[in-house]
Write a protein that binds this ligand. Structure first.
Ligand code: ATP
Ligand code: MG
Length: 303
């Protein structure tokens, strides 16, 4: 399979524009896809969500899925863990077909692929420690001491050491997200699916979560799929970015090519978001952007 950025659909760009600039992100090029959606169709009743969804994710990369509300971003993540079933097409993970698998046959996959749900979804009746221990109890047989040790490590990793005894209701929104991330990485998954990880957070907590997504990728070698509305976050965490529109993935591009794309759907998304959100983070403070008058310049951000 080619490693060039893929495009599907027919972008309505004018002839003098270069809609898809094919530069490359800094990750392994020649590896077979780790996660692949091929020709996936999904409808809920009369409503067709995807008619021909194709996306390929490489091992070790962080790929962000962008798209308008209700276009099917969350459903894409849920397809991967079998919470939603495709009508047809192929969904492959590490060379294995997932489409059509029984619940039982999906269990080993659910240990390797973990999802951070939109809103965090902590169990309010359990303590923080019990929340983080939950997937460990589900997938492993560990002694209480081993469990406590693992929970301690994961909470330290998200910057919240020693809060095992607290209840989710006692936490701020940013802390809840970080505990949810600690729970998502508890069983050492190979893939993390983040659904809107920064929604509702202030800029400082947003930055903290974005840095955490990057450090989890770097230090734990986790492959990540991130769904977000937040362009600044997308530019900070992504190696590549995919645009979901018109019931398919319209384009998959490296972060820089996405930023420069003149595909109308992508351009509008990038620029509408850039003008309404807080100043973008370090990814936009590049010399090429300093030279562009149409890109908002970040304030007080040093590289
Ligand atoms: N279980 C379900 N049953 C019926 N319709 C569903 C179900 N799950 C999702 N949908 C519909 O599928 C469409 C895509 O939903 P999805 O949650 O993936 O959107 P999204 O792109 O994540 O939106 P948002 O940005 O608002 O979170 C929506 O129209 C939604 O109402
Ligand atoms: Mg969603």
């Amino acid at each position: 399979m080619s490693d060039a950025p893929t495009t599907t659909g027919t972008p309505a760009a004018t002839a003098d524009e270069v809609p898809f600039i094919q530069d490359e992100a800094p990750f392994i090029q020649d590896e077979a896809p780790f996660i692949e959606f091929v020709g996936v169709r999904k409808a809920f009743g009369e409503k067709v969500i995807y008619d021909d969804l194709t996306l390929s994710v490489r091992r070790g990369e962080t790929l962000t899925i962008l798209g308008g509300s209700g276009t099917g971003k969350s459903v894409m993540l849920k397809l991967l863990i079998g919470l939603v079933r495709a009508d047809s097409g192929s969904i492959r993970f590490d060379g294995q077909e997932l489409h059509g698998r029984s619940e039982e046959a999906l269990l080993p996959v659910r240990r390797r692929i973990s999802m951070l749900f939109q809103g965090g979804a902590l169990f309010d009746s359990l303590s923080v420690g019990e929340n983080v221990a939950y997937p460990l109890r589900e997938h492993f047989r560990l002694s209480d001491a081993e469990l406590a040790e693992r929970v301690k490590k994961k909470l330290a990793l998200v910057g919240l050491p020693g809060i095992e005894h607290m209840r989710p209701a006692e936490l701020s929104g940013g802390m809840r997200k970080r505990v949810a991330i600690a729970r998502a990485i508890a069983a050492d998954p190979e893939v993390l699916l983040y659904d809107e990880p920064t929604t509702g957070l202030d800029p400082i907590n947003t930055r903290r979560i974005n840095e955490l997504i990057r450090s989890i990728q770097r230090d734990l070698h986790v492959t990540s799929l991130v769904v977000t509305h937040d362009m600044a976050s997308a530019f900070m965490v992504s190696d590549r970015m995919a645009m979901l529109a018109d019931r398919r993935i319209r384009a998959t591009l490296s972060r820089d090519a996405f930023r420069r794309s003149s595909d109308p759907a992508i351009y509008d998304f990038v620029h509408a978001m850039s003008s309404t959100d807080e100043a973008p983070l370090d990814s936009l403070s590049t010399p090429e952007h300093a030279a562009r008058s149409d890109v908002p310049q970040p304030k007080g951000v040093s590289r």
